[in-house]
Design a protein around this ligand. Sequence first.
Ligand SMILES: *Cc1c(COP(=O)(O)O)cnc(C)c1O
Length: 460
Amino acid sequence: MTTKEEWIEKDLKYVWHPDTQMKQYEGADFKPVLIEKGKGIYLYDSDGNSYIDGVSSWWVNTLGHSVDRLNKTLLKQAESIEHVLLADFTHKPAIELAERLTKLAGEPFSKVFYSDDGSTAVEVALKMAYQYWYQKGKPEKKYFVSMTDSYHGDTLGSVSVGGIDIYKKIFNPLVFETLKVCAPYCYRCPMGCEQGKCTIDCFSEVEELFEKRHNEIAGMIVEPLVQGAAGMRVYPADYLKKLRYLCDKYDILLIDDEVAMAFGRTGKYFAFEHAGIKPDIFCVAKGITAGYVPLAATVTTDKIYNAFYDDFSELKTFYHGHSFTGNPVASAIAVETLKIMEEENIIENLKPKIQKLKECLEKFKPLNHVGDVRHIGMIGAVEMVKDKSTKEPYPFTDRIGHLVFKSALQKGALLRPIGNVIYFLPPLVITEEEIEKLTDIAYFAIKEVTEDFSYSQLPR
Ligand SMILES: *Cc1c(COP(=O)(O)O)cnc(C)c1O
């Protein structure tokens, strides 16, 4: 029998882990955690230790791990048709999912283009928007606007509209040129405004840019309400309202990257609902299959679609397609996920949990090294700083977030940080009691790391 140690040894021999400096494991006591199974909000390692999945396994899981209904759906679909191409062929799960998605998003959404993951959904949106203008006789509309510190995926097109240095800087010679506007990062407001007393003055940058260069701008892509990978930075819904108005005024497409936020994270199916607006194109992935298998969709309107709809000889076809476009197993799981969400009132039932999370976040505010606490829906974030009064960040080489992560792991929670930000983004099925437990673990881990507070481990 292969022991746990042997598995890990083999892992480090063969597997190159994502977003990971592999050398950190060399001679260190901390190694990748070998997970054997999952149930509900818990992950179990090979030694039988349990961990609350505090980050939904990279923001994908919504209904908990190993859900009976989804397991059955997976097996049943694989037994009838596991995969078939989606050009000249179709299947019921892809059809049903497209119908459900457009109805859920409401008018004017009418068309669904499938792909594999968040990055591809964004690639599709960008190419679709560019080709739209091209076929409308405006090829000069070729620039995309996005925010500083934005994140839209790891492929080169999505990195182009991204704005986080660690993902982008090295690749700057390879990516296409985009236009940037300052992110509405309220804790460190670019306009120097006091948090909570904001009239969204930072939006003036968008106004100036659109006014000056709207003839060259195809679209603006945003992460709605929360800049996730930047550290769960929550910004006001009014920003999106203003943006919708301005996009209409200047004939610029609004592309809404809902990859992280859709399907309940903000307390609604789609984050754009908070602003009472509809984008021209939106992207979903992650939670669409409850975190089971990869699937993504780029959803749009007849306005966009009709610019591609013509005689074959006109060459207006959208020539884009991935091998696994609309995979039947993934589509069937997505349909079942939406059915569960509807039948079990998942969104409606979030209300008391959201309130509980809000209350539980209060305890972090007095901590000596907590600069900012952010909350929206089922997401909470705690930004740790070296100096609370000056907001001086911890140097990234201190790896404060990583230390808290390791401490929390020992206490029974998976809280993989973003730099100096510890965040909660649990499966939506977490209970109020478990929210308390999860935030308590984080509280003591942060105290231990930032205040050198030796607290005897919380009972597991
Ligand atoms: C995660 C994420 C992506 C990329 O999705 P992948 O499935 O990792 O390719 C794109 N946009 C946003 C906002 C994301 O959070």
